[in-house]
Design a protein. Structure first.
Length: 207
């Protein structure tokens, strides 16, 4: 069996269940956020209409400000409470690591988590839910070193990328777990239970 089909099957099942036209599976929610930011950079979205700072809650996973900084933007922390998801203001990117429910998609780049401590507890997995076909095509290559889902000797390269592809074995495990929980109306996870540090206290993110 073509191992790429396992990843595509996972994307199809979760995106349809969540109410999104498309889904791009990656190795983690952090990777999903990073690639979403990179696509916005690729399209020049903030250069024309967005501020140079991206605002996020001060209590979140450190990979989020790292992704923002590595994309060339600055981080601005807000001391706000959040449940389930929050927006990387003012881009249409959402960190939905603490939410996983049917029909959860509401537009933009919604990044979900399959970390072992999350609702879809695969171990290591993430996905970008989206409704933009052009972005979907770009992200599919960007997560896989610019590759297409074909053998290397058959490929033709037109795009740079990163090594953030979800392995077929992790995709198969994610399908199994998803089929067990898909009909359960599970509540959002609590931010307090994640034991996130107050990242605004660390100069590395704001210098």
């Amino acid at each position: 069996m073509n191992p790429y089909l396992v990843v595509e099957e996972l994307e199809k099942r979760i995106s349809e269940w969540a109410g999104a036209p498309y889904g791009v599976a990656v190795e983690s929610c952090t990777a999903a956020i990073f690639l979403s930011l990179q696509y916005c950079k690729h399209k020049g979205m903030w250069i024309k209409s967005q501020p140079p700072h991206i605002s996020i809650p001060s209590h979140t996973y450190p990979g989020v400000p790292c992704s923002i900084i590595h994309t060339g933007l600055k981080v601005e922390f807000e001391n706000i409470e959040w449940e389930g998801e929050y927006q990387l203001k003012y881009l249409n990117i959402w960190d939905a690591a603490l939410r996983f429910r049917k029909n959860m998609y509401h537009g933009g780049f919604q990044c979900i988590s399959g970390h072992i401590k999350k609702i879809l507890n695969v171990g290591r997995m993430g996905m970008i839910l989206l409704d933009d076909k052009e972005a979907y095509d770009w992200l599919k290559k960007a997560r896989f070193d610019g590759r297409n889902a074909v053998p290397l000797k058959e490929d033709y390269f037109t795009q740079l990328g990163w090594n953030m592809y979800l392995s077929p074995s992790d995709a198969a495990r994610a399908i199994q777990i998803f089929e067990v929980i898909r009909d359960k109306n599970l509540p959002d996870l609590k931010v307090s239970d994640q034991k996130y540090a107050d990242l605004s206290q660390f100069k590395i993110y704001t210098q």
